[in-house]
Design a binder for this molecule. Structure first.
Ligand SMILES: Cc1cc2nc3c(=O)[nH]c(=O)nc-3n(C[C@H](O)[C@H](O)[C@H](O)COP(=O)(O)OP(=O)(O)OC[C@H]3O[C@@H](n4cnc5c(N)ncnc54)[C@H](O)[C@@H]3O)c2cc1C
Length: 326
């Protein structure tokens, strides 16, 4: 089997968790299949040899570094297509995330390769990679095999980070001529959204808000309740409210957001669409507040409260505070 190329995204001198998980997974698969895991990084002069070499700790034997605009898909597609062609990589692996989806899809089109997105597991069978992807609302798993080249894009944070690599990776600079269209867009500004630093996946208690909150300010009710719980509680959101700009994407739960399994998932004003359910159904306890007694979320809740969240959430926050004596 040929070597595996993994895309590693960095920001302000550090690789993101998702990329480190993908490099670790690439290294595990390459070791099993008898190949090597290589990483590719794209960016400016802040991309030092030292920084690139650290990917060796996660199992990358070699890191290809290219100077090109970072954070945009097309330049990375140019770089990865050239690196794969020049070095005979058969597979490319991504940790997921919006940029990973965009680069992976573009790369598949460029190389005429097979592509699988939202992958939650990859296996080596007969020296070849096969990707597993949940389908039909996570009720079944489909397996993808690749006739020729394969582009495998994980679900966000699906791959576990393992820091058991041999040490520093070899760093090789590559020169790539960018396609004319790749330089048409430029990054004007990059910023972190409010809530981007919240560890939704690590929280024990999630107070999730949906369109039933009525407006962006409605999230203050969720913030207040999460604050009352204290400790390891955080606020999450549905895609409907993220799309409406009421809350940051970093807090989105579901098919195109994060997958969580807290001890308590409290859903306020959330209908319980299948795309939301797949991200939170493995929570230990699900409590739902909805004014519609027929809302689908009640079908998979441990406790359902039919009523107006504007009345219930403040009372709940008060009760939690009273119980905690704060
Ligand atoms: C390809 C694809 C991917 C998607 N990915 C995701 C994803 O990752 N995550 C996600 O969440 N969605 C996702 N969606 C969208 C999903 O289908 C739903 O549209 C979305 O989850 C609905 O969000 P909601 O529950 O906030 O809003 P709604 O469906 O509008 O529900 C609002 C609920 O609030 C209740 N309500 C209203 N007022 C009150 C009140 N005062 N008190 C109590 N209850 C009240 C209503 O009865 C209703 O049940 C995706 C859709 C597609 C097509």
């Amino acid at each position: 089997m040929a070597d595996i190329l993994v895309y590693a995204l960095h920001y302000e001198g550090a690789f993101n968790k998702n990329s480190l998980g993908a490099v670790s997974e690439g290294a595990r698969l390459a070791a099993e299949a008898g190949g090597e895991c290589h990483a590719v990084v794209v960016g400016g002069s802040d991309l030092t040899d030292e920084l690139c070499a650290t990917l060796g700790r996660y199992g990358a034997a070699k890191v290809f570094r290219a100077e090109a605009p970072e954070g945009l898909a097309q330049p990375v597609i140019d770089v990865m297509a050239k690196v794969m062609d020049d070095n005979g990589h058969r597979y490319a692996l991504f940790g997921g995330g919006l940029l990973g989806f965009e680069i992976g899809a573009g790369l598949a089109a460029r190389l005429n390769a097979g592509v699988t997105m939202e992958v939650t597991g990859v296996n080596v069978v007969g020296g070849e990679l096969q990707a597993e992807r949940p389908i039909l609302g996570d009720s079944s798993i489909s397996t993808s095999k690749y006739k020729d080249r394969g582009i495998i894009i994980g679900r966000l944070n699906a791959f576990e980070i393992r820091g058991d690599g041999a040490g520093d990776a070899v760093v090789e600079s590559v020169q790539v001529e960018l396609s004319p269209w790749s330089t048409r867009a430029k990054m004007v500004q990059r910023g972190e959204q409010r809530g981007a630093d919240v560890d939704i996946e690590g929280a024990d208690i999630l107070v999730a808000g949906g369109r039933g909150l009525g407006k962006a300010e409605g999230f203050e009710l969720c913030d207040e309740l999460a604050k009352a719980f204290g400790g390891n509680a955080a606020v999450a959101a549905t895609r409907a409210v993220v799309d409406a700009g009421w809350y940051p994407y970093a807090a989105q739960i579901g098919q195109t957001g994060k997958t969580v399994s807290p001890k308590l998932y409290l859903a306020a004003g959330i209908s319980g669409a299948i795309q939301h359910k797949v991200g939170m159904q493995s929570s230990e306890n699900i409590v739902a507040i909805n004014k519609d007694a027929n809302a689908p979320i009640f079908e998979f809740s441990d406790l359902g409260i039919v009523g107006d969240l504007n009345k219930i959430l403040p009372k709940l926050a008060e009760a939690v505070k009273a119980k905690k004596g704060s």
